[in-house]
Design a protein around this ligand. Structure first.
Ligand SMILES: Nc1nc2c(ncn2[C@@H]2O[C@H](COP(=O)(O)OP(=O)(O)O)[C@@H](O)[C@H]2O)c(=O)[nH]1
Ligand SMILES: [Mg+2]
Length: 410
C-alpha cells in the first residue's frame, strides 16, 4: 500500500523543504511519495521542489502552467499519484503531518474518507484571530446546514481517501475554489467518513492566499452542491426571487402609470400586474427554467400558459386565505378586535406561501414541463460508495432527505 501526499502550492518556496522533512518524520517506515502540485509560482516554488526531487525520488513535482487553482491542482495531483491512497495537505505546514499515520490507520480499518479536523475534540484552530475563527465557523455552519453535513470540519483541506474512489468521482468534479473536499464528499457520497483531530498550526513563512474571491467561490460552490443534493429546492428559490422582482416592477409600473396617464387606479393596477407578470415570465424563462426555456413562437404559448397558471395560483391564494381566515375565526382569539389585522396578515402570509408554491408546481408542470436537460451532475448519475461502517455513519456524515429519492449519503 503506497500513500501519495499531494501538496498544492502557490508561492510556498520557503515551506516545502520543511514539509518534505516533516512528512518523512511522520512516515518513517511507509512507502510514500510527495507530489508538489505547483501553479507555476512566481517565487519559483516548482524549481525548489525540482531541486529537492533531484535528491529525493520520493518527491515529485507537477509544474502546472494552465488551469490554475487549488482544487484543480489537487485533482491533477490525485490523478498523477502512484499511490493507491491519496492525501491532500497544505504545503505551508499548517496541517500537522504527524497525524498522517492515524489517518492511514482509519482508512485501513474501513473508512472511505478520513478528514483532518480542527474542530473535533482534541483539535484546534491554533492562534487564529476572532475574525478568522468566526468566518470559519460561519462557513462550516453554512456547509452543515446547506449540505446536511454532520462533520465537525467539512471545510478541511486535509484529507485522505483511496485513489480509485477519487478516479470514480473525478469526471464530475469541477475543482473550483479551495474546498475540493466538500465537492468530493457530496459527489462521492462515501460510505464511511472518519475525522482525526489535529491542531492547525501557525503559518511561519509566506502568505495566505485566502481572498474575497475564494470566499465568493466558496459560496457559489455551496450553492451548486446544495442544488445537487436537492435539499434546497433551488429552482423554487429562484422562482420566489423572481416573484420578488415582480413586486418591485409592479410598484414601479403602477407609479409610472399613475403619473403619466389619467387611468383610474384599478386599471393602472391591472396593467402594472400584467407588466410584472410579463417580467416574471421572462425571468423565469431565462433563469428559473433556463434548462427548459421556451424560444421563438413557443415564447407566446408559454406566456399564455404562465398567465393562466398564475391566475390559478391567485385563485388558490384567495381560497386559502378565505379558508384560513374562516378556520381562525372559529377560535375565540379570532373574535378579538385588536388582533384582527395581525391574524388577517398571518392568514394572508400563509395563503401567499401556498399560492406561490402552487403557482410554482403548476408552472413547473404545465408551462415548463419535461425533465431538466442540464442536470448532468445529478447525484443519481454518479458512482456511489457504500462500504457501510454503521458506527461511523452515526458519528459523521450527511442528513439525507428521504423525499429526494437519493440514497442515504452515509
Ligand atoms: N496549486 C495551487 N495551490 C494553491 C493555490 N492557492 C493556494 N494554494 C495552496 O493551498 C494551500 C492552502 O492555501 P493557504 O493560502 O495557506 O490557505 P489558508 O490556509 O486557508 O490561509 C497552500 O499550500 C497554498 O500554497 C492555487 O491557486 N494553486
Ligand atoms: Mg494555509
Amino acid at each position: 500500500m503506497k500513500l501519495s501526499v499531494i501538496a498544492p502550492t502557490f508561492n510556498e518556496r520557503e515551506n516545502i523543504r520543511a514539509l518534505v522533512e516533516q512528512v518523512q518524520d511522520a512516515l518513517p517506515d511507509m512507502l510514500y511519495e510527495i507530489i508538489i502540485a505547483d501553479d507555476d509560482s512566481p517565487d519559483l516554488t516548482w524549481q525548489m521542489a525540482q531541486e529537492i526531487s533531484a535528491r529525493d525520488p520520493k518527491v515529485r513535482v507537477l509544474r502546472r502552467t494552465r488551469n490554475h487553482g487549488l482544487g484543480r491542482a489537487v485533482m491533477e495531483g490525485f490523478t498523477a499519484a502512484a499511490g493507491d491512497i491519496v492525501a491532500c495537505m497544505d504545503a505551508d505546514l499548517q496541517h500537522d503531518p504527524s497525524v498522517l499515520p492515524k489517518m492511514l490507520e482509519k482508512l485501513a480499518r474501513g473508512a472511505d474518507v478520513v478528514i483532518g479536523s480542527r474542530y473535533a475534540t482534541g483539535g484546534s484552530t491554533g492562534d487564529w484571530n476572532w475574525f478568522r475563527r468566526l468566518g470559519s465557523r460561519l462557513a462550516t455552519m453554512m456547509a452543515r446546514i446547506l449540505l446536511g453535513v454532520k462533520l465537525t470540519d467539512p471545510m478541511s483541506g486535509y484529507f485522505m481517501m483511496r485513489r480509485n474512489d477519487f478516479l470514480r468521482v473525478h469526471p464530475s468534479l469541477k475543482g473550483e475554489g479551495f474546498k475540493i473536499l466538500l465537492e468530493v464528499l457530496v459527489k462521492l457520497r462515501p460510505g464511511a467518513i472518519e475525522e482525526v483531530p489535529y491542531r492547525f498550526r501557525r503559518r511561519l513563512n509566506g502568505a495566505s492566499k485566502l481572498s474575497s474571491k475564494v470566499v465568493f467561490q466558496y459560496v457559489r460552490q455551496l450553492w451548486e452542491l446544495a442544488q445537487l443534493r436537492q435539499l434546497l429546492p433551488a429552482r423554487f428559490i429562484r422562482f420566489v426571487l423572481v416573484g420578488c422582482t415582480g413586486i418591485v416592477v409592479n410598484l414601479a409600473a403602477m407609479a409610472l402609470l399613475l403619473k403619466l396617464t389619467d387611468w383610474r387606479g384599478w386599471v393602472a393596477s391591472v396593467v402594472a400586474s400584467l407588466i410584472a407578470n410579463l417580467n416574471n415570465y421572462g425571468l423565469n424563462n431565462v433563469w428559473t427554467f433556463s434548462d427548459r426555456a421556451h424560444r421563438g413562437f413557443g415564447l407566446i404559448k408559454g406566456y399564455v400558459s404562465y398567465l393562466l397558471m398564475s391566475t390559478v395560483g391567485l385563485g388558490i391564494t384567495t381560497a386559502s386565505y378565505i379558508g384560513l381566515a374562516w378556520t381562525v375565526a372559529q377560535f375565540p382569539l379570532g373574535k378579538v378586535d385588536w388582533n384582527r389585522l395581525g391574524i388577517a396578515l398571518f392568514c394572508q402570509f400563509l395563503a401567499i406561501a401556498l399560492g406561490t408554491f402552487s403557482n410554482y408546481i403548476l408552472n413547473k408542470g404545465v408551462t415548463w414541463p419535461g425533465p431538466a436537460r442540464n442536470d448532468v451532475h445529478c447525484a443519481e448519475n454518479l458512482p456511489f460508495l457504500n462500504s457501510g461502517n454503521t458506527q461511523t455513519v452515526a458519528k459523521a456524515g450527511f442528513d439525507c432527505d428521504p423525499s429526494s429519492g437519493q440514497r442515504p449519503l452515509l
